[in-house]
Every structure is written in structure tokens, then in C-alpha cells.
Design a protein around this ligand. Structure first.
Ligand SMILES: C[S@@+](CC[C@H](N)C(=O)[O-])C[C@H]1O[C@@H](n2cnc3c(N)ncnc32)[C@H](O)[C@@H]1O
Length: 248
């Protein structure tokens, strides 16, 4: 609102400056030379004009299509996206009516996700910068739907299998309805010290999810391209997408 003298109020100036700084930070976070086009590697953000993502863009869009087809109706429900990266899945869930919190330890990821969230979804789509550990995972609260996509193998590497299992079990304990799960598989066994062999990764993971998430029904929904990481031996590597649902 302009003041009586026609000069914009300080509050209005402050909020314009704040928005300008957020825009500048987004460019610092996503461009090489600030004036060039924002680019991302893992998830696209169509809400801010980033329609593809170099490495995992295709796999992110196709994963979402399969999740959206199975996720329970969202109105008034709560969801957590663990390791939310740039916020693609959290924002998509909010578009379905979920109250969502995306959690990620990387401050750059969280900044980008907040910037990309359309203003009409801001009341229901929030991002928390937090390094989830076995000590603090229980503070995240209970939700209807949890996404745990390509994060568990990082936990195995960092905490070892026993504590990665405790983290998963706690998240499941706090999930009322469904948990979508994906892990690195044969392509990263050595890099992350994973407890299966390439040939049996999917069956091992299905049994492991069933044993860890008590009272669940586990379904391998589909598989999705990971992207052409230079250090992977083969191209078109795929990871399985699992649905862990409460059995009736
Ligand atoms: C491989 S990316 C997967 C991103 C996204 N879930 C997806 O599948 O598109 C892993 C993400 O998890 C985050 N992450 C890893 N360990 C975490 C932890 N302990 N707490 C919170 N975020 C974590 C990383 O910062 C990164 O954004």
C-alpha cells in the first residue's frame, strides 16, 4: 500500500527486496554464470521454468506418475518426503491436497525447494533443513504417506545396516497408510556397501521391507531409469519402486 504521499511503505519495499534476494540466491544456486539458464541434475521444477533435469529428470517424472496413481486421496492428509532434494515430489503431493513436509540435510536443496513452491501451496508445502539420524528421526511425527526415495542406501553407507533399519522401522511406525521406497541397487553396491548382490537386489529389498515394516504388504510397482552417471558401468540403469502399504 502506498503511503499518503504516494511513496511505497517500508514493508512493501522490504518484501520486494526480500523477493529480489531470493531470486538472486536461486540463480546463484542453479546457474553457472548467474545470467544463464537455471539447470538441475536430479529433479525438474516446472513451477520455476526448469522443465527437465540432466541426470534423473526422466526418472523423477516417471516415478511421480506411478506414485500419483497409487497414493491415497490427499485432501487433508499429511505426508513426509524424506530427502526431498529440490522439492519436486513434495510439491506434487501438495498439488494433490496433502499437507507436506520435505526434509533434506542440504541447505541448497532446501532453498531451491522453498523458492520453487508456488505461493498458493506455501501454507501446505514446507521444507525443513534437517540431518535425519537414528537419534532424531522420531521427532518427525506421524503422517499418512511417506516417501523414502533413494535415501536408504546413503543411510546404510553412513550408519551401517542395523541403524539404517532402525531409521526405516521408525518412519514406518509413524506412517499410517503407505510408504514409497526406492534404493540404489546393483550399480552402487560397492560404493555404498549394500548388503545384497546385483542379481538378487529386488527380492532382497522386498523381503527386507516386509520384515522391517511390520504389518505391511510390499509391492514392487515398477522400475525407473537412474540416469547416466559417468561412473556406472552400464547405461540405462533402473531402480525398483516399491509400495509398502498397511495390510488390511
Ligand atoms: C539421491 S538424492 C534423492 C532425492 C529424492 N528423494 C529423489 O529420489 O528424487 C538423496 C537426497 O537425500 C538427502 N539426504 C541424504 N541423507 C539425509 C539425511 N540423513 N537427512 C536428510 N536428508 C538426507 C540428500 O541431501 C539428497 O537430497
Amino acid at each position: 500500500m502506498p503511503t499518503l504521499l504516494g511513496i511505497p511503505s517500508m514493508n512493501r519495499i522490504r518484501s520486494k527486496v526480500r523477493r529480489g534476494l531470493e531470486h538472486l540466491l536461486f540463480r546463484l544456486d542453479t546457474t553457472k554464470y548467474i545470467v544463464d539458464r537455471p539447470t538441475l541434475d536430479y529433479q525438474p521444477l516446472p513451477w520455476v521454468g526448469v522443465h527437465s533435469a540432466g541426470v534423473r529428470g526422466r526418472g523423477s517424472v516417471s516415478r511421480w506418475e506411478d506414485i500419483a496413481a497409487r497414493v491415497p486421496p490427499g485432501a487433508g492428509k499429511a505426508a513426509l518426503d524424506i530427502g526431498s532434494c529440490y522439492g519436486y515430489f513434495a510439491i506434487r503431493l501438495a498439488e494433490l491436497g496433502y499437507n507436506v513436509i520435505g526434509v533434506d540435510l542440504n541447505p541448497r536443496h532446501v532453498r531451491i525447494a522453498r523458492y520453487a513452491t508456488p505461493s498458493h501451496l506455501r501454507p501446505t508445502c514446507n521444507f525443513l533443513e534437517m540431518d535425519i539420524t537414528p537419534q532424531n528421526v522420531g521427532t518427525l511425527g506421524t503422517v499418512d504417506c511417506t516417501l523414502l526415495l533413494s535415501v536408504w542406501h546413503h543411510w546404510v553407507q553412513r550408519f551401517e545396516l542395523g541403524r539404517a533399519t532402525d531409521l526405516l522401522a521408525t518412519l514406518w511406525h509413524h506412517t499410517r497408510d503407505s510408504l514409497f521406497f526406492e534404493s540404489g541397487e546393483g550399480e552402487v553396491i560397492d560404493e555404498f556397501g549394500l548388503p545384497f548382490m546385483a542379481e538378487n537386489a529386488r527380492t532382497w529389498l522386498a523381503d527386507y521391507l516386509h520384515d522391517t515394516c511390520t504389518g505391511s504388504r510390499v509391492e514392487l510397482i515398477s522400475e525407473h531409469v537412474v540416469g547416466d552417471y559417468e561412473h556406472y558401468e552400464s547405461r540405462e540403469v533402473k531402480r525398483g519402486l516399491f509400495l509398502v502399504a498397511r495390510s488390511a
